[in-house]
Structures are given as C-alpha cells and as structure tokens.
Ligand binder design. Sequence first.
Ligand code: ADP
Length: 589
Amino acid sequence: MNILVINCGSSTIKYKLIESESETCLITGTVELKGELSDFRKELSNILDGVKKYAIDAVGHRVVHGGDQYNDAVMIDGHVIAAIERWSPYAPLHNPNNLAGIQAAQSILPDIPHVAAFDTAFHSTLPRRAKTYAIDHSLAETHHLKRFGFHGTSHQYVSEKAAEFLETSLANLRIITLHLGNGASACAVEFGHSTETSMGLTPLEGLVMGTRSGDIDPGILIFLAREVGMSIEEIDDFLNNNSGLKGISGLSNDMRAIEKAASEGNDQARIAIAVFTHRIRKYIGAYAAVMGGVDVIVLTGGIGENSSSMRLRILQRLEFLGVVLDQDKNADVNLEDSDSSVSDISATNSRVKILVVKTNEGLKIAQQTEALVKGKDNVDDTRRIPIAVSARHVHLTQETFETLFGNNAELVPYRELSQPGQFACDQTVNLIGPKGRIDHVRILGPFRSKNQVEISRTDEFALGVDAPVRDSGQTHGSAPITLEGPEGTVHLKEGLICARRHIHMHPEDARQFNVKNNDEVEVAIKGGARELIFGDVLIRVSPSYKLEMHIDTDEANSAELDGQCDAVLVYSKVECACGVLQRKRSRLI
Ligand code: ADP
C-alpha cells in the first residue's frame, strides 16, 4: 500500500510517500509555508504532481491535538474535523494548519481514505493522577485544563522498536523514552502504556527545549504581567520562542552551536547544557519511581540520536538505578550509516538497557493508516461476546494458602468457572489495607506461581492503596496488601492490581474477529441500561479459552449491567447484554 503521510506544521509542510509492506520511503520532502497567506491546496497540488508516478492508496495526516477523545488514529469524518477545530485553541500554531492540510488533501484526493494520527493519542492512557493539575476542579473541567501530552507517535514508535530489538513484548517492559529534538519530552511507557509524560495541556511543559522553557514556576508569569508589564502575547512569545536553550545561552536553539560555544568557554552555553541535562536526569529518576523501576531507557530525536556528549551527561551518575553506559559504544553510535535504527549503548553490567533509537513518526503514521484501512472491512462487528463481571478475588500460591489456612490445607472448590479448569473456592480471605479492610474475598483455584489480588477502583479507595491497572500475571512492582486467613496473616510486598479488562478467546474466535493475542480493541456494550464503549480491551487467545469478556464491578456498574458482586465471574443478568468488537488496535509484541 502506498501511503502519503502529510504533516502541515506551523511553518512547513513535510511529506513522505511510504510503501507500507516493505516500509520503504519512496519520496520525502519539505515545503516552506508563506505565513498566514499560505495556499495549502496549491502547495499540496505541487507535492502531488511530484509523486504522480505512484498510485496513492491512502493519506495519513499528523494532527497535534485530539484532546482526550482519541486513543488511536481514526478515519477522518465530520466528527473528527469538528474535534480538530474544537481543540484548536489548545494548539493554535498547529491544529488550524493541520486542518487546512486535511481539507485541501481531501478536495484533491476525494476517493481515498484519509486518516488522522494525533500526537496526543498515545497518552490517552495517562491515569487521572498524572492527568490532573492541582487546581480548582470545576474550572479545570469547564476548560479542559489537564495534561494531554504530545510527541505520542514518536514515544510509541521508539518503545515498540525497543521491544522488537530486545526480542520481547512491550508487556514485559518499563521504558523511559526521551525524545530530544527541537521540542523535547519524556514518557514513562509502562508495559506498553504511557503512564506519565512531561508535556501537559500544551507542548510547553516539561523538559528544556530549543526555544521553550519547559517547567517554570507559574508565579513568574504573574510577576512578568504585574511587575514588568508584559502582555499575554509577549509572555507567550517569551516562553515559546525565546526561552529554553536559546534563552539561557543567548546564542541559539541549536544544540550543536551551544556545544561548540561551551567547548570554547562560553559560560552561558555551559549553563544551558547543564540545565538541559539536569532536568532530563531529574525526570528519569521521577519516572523510574512512578513505574516502580525501569528496564529500558531510549534516547531519540536530533539530540538523542546524534550527540554522544549529551547522552553521556544525561546518563551519568545513574548507576544506583542500574543504568551503566558503555562509553565506547556511546561514542560509536552512527544510525545514519547503519542498516539498523537501534543501537545498544549499555555496558554489559547495566541492569537497564540503554538504547539509541532513530525515530520515524512518518512510518508509524503510515502503519496506523494501513491498519485502519485494512482493518475497516475485516472486523466482524456482528458477533456478540458474552460478558462476565468479575468481582474482587484472590489467586494464591500453595505456600501463601497454607500460611493462611494451615499446613496441608486444601482448596475446596464450590463452583466451576466458565474458563476451563478454573474454579471458585469455598474459602475466602480478608484484605487489609492502610485505611480499611474488605472481608470475605473469594479465592480462585487452582494455585498459581504468584499471588495476585484483583480489586476494583472503588475497593482501592476503601483499602487506601494505589493499585495499578495491569494484565493478569503482571504483578511486578504492583501494590502491597495484607491477607488475613483463619490460621495466619501474609503481607504481600506486591500483587495487588486492578485487572485490565480483557476478552478470552479461542484461536478460532480470534480468526473470525481478525485479532491476535495482545491486540487492543474497542468493545461496545449493548443491552445494558447505559450503552457505552470500552477502549483498551486486551485480547487473550489460547486453545483452552472460551469466548468471554471480563470486566470488573465498577465497569459493569458504569454500563448498569446487573452483575452480582458476592461471587466471581458472574454473567450479566441483563437480557442479551453483550460486547460487540468495534475496532482493533495492533499492539506490538
Ligand atoms: P524537531 O524537534 O524539530 O523534529 P529534530 O529531532 O530534528 O527536531 O532535532 C533537531 C535538533 O537536534 C537540532 O536543533 C539540534 O539542536 C540537534 N542536533 C542534531 N544533530 C546534532 C548533533 N550532532 N549534536 C548535537 N545536537 C544535534
């Protein structure tokens, strides 16, 4: 499939024609725009003239702000156009031009699909605690003042590349991705999901950038307005165009020029480098804490990919985290003249892998466009999926069970569950958190190799703990909890999770739905009192599984399904309540 990827930015139109199966870039180019009078239709017609020897199958458009409405790329229709317009005040330099580009391209190529890939989409998984600013909540809600994050396509692409390079699944990795270009941002990619990122409501928050300040005391803005008499426009220009590396150094926004000046003794250039690298190191420490550890650090963007001295400065003194750089490998990185887009610069004794990855947002947008265009006709949207509501429950190791119920105690099955071999037991345990307790929580058999306690968000508040949303089995670095049985008490250092909603299916079901293990899908819940669509539903395929969607009690309540909460895996009693698979989103494993 030949996919034209267009990025109508604030001052340029960048384009790439990509053959998606072979991932080959056939043509690439940049056109400078002529200020506000730019004629997008004319510029795009010229671009298309230049690529007319190729048949174009679809167009992928980069769009900066999609708000919190989109968690993936989407086919462009009237709703998407309206959303891009609605979010324009939050990205005034970008969204209006993105939209002008889309409309011009649609008028020139009306018969092929057009897809929007949002910079914000990858960060739609940010938990509320990371999204929320500590300001008056009603004002924040009225004006959507929350953290959205940007550079999502790049963070997603390089984290997927890192997993591919390490020959493992994203579901096993806690990655810190550092996109260090003219704009710069960090992202905590926890088991494939963005759970923290440094840019916020706008791309101004976070790291020090070429011309943007990044984090700043908001009191400075008040001071500039009140005491210095600067207007809003002046403050905007000051923070976006005259701060960052350019502001501190007084020289340039280009790291190459700053490094050169610093090596010649320019003190302001030295401070610019020190502030830039110090801020990044601070974020690495913070994100390792947020994820309960880090397995991989990825550096990308013009500075991350090309400057060995910046990489060294950023990564020094992180041995306490298990991050040890191999200085020779770091000095030898050359992604331009190499077949590989990934270079491993970690020392052999580094517990954390340090990778330099060449980002390729254009290719990621082409892949997303292709997946949407191909997937559109493939997903079976008629077959119904039975829903089971999973109340809080506990999976135990034999050792933990015996500590709680006495040596040689055995699980007493009282009811078979729908998934083959699984059963609910007679026995229950009490959960004790720092704030409260929940008694009589059902144990599920058979025994497992790791303890796992699955609760809902509501339970989390009752217990006073902060349980992460995890796929079953991924308990590493999860929350602690105390279990109380009739014969003893066990304090688990980790094991408490909110289970991620998922669908069990047999390989034959997967074939029919055109999904594979670890795909993420959207499922529409039909037949409940309140119809809704769950995004971020994980597909789990095994020959031993029976088709069934598992959601927890909070999720069932939100759709007003009538699930009982005193047992586990109860079929919804609402007549015909079922899930309908709407859309799939590939997840690299
Ligand atoms: P953008 O964010 O505009 O896409 P890039 O990712 O292309 O930017 O990064 C551009 C920045 O990368 C330049 O401003 C420059 O500071 C930096 N850069 C590129 N090559 C080098 C290098 N060899 N050494 C240091 N910095 C570099």
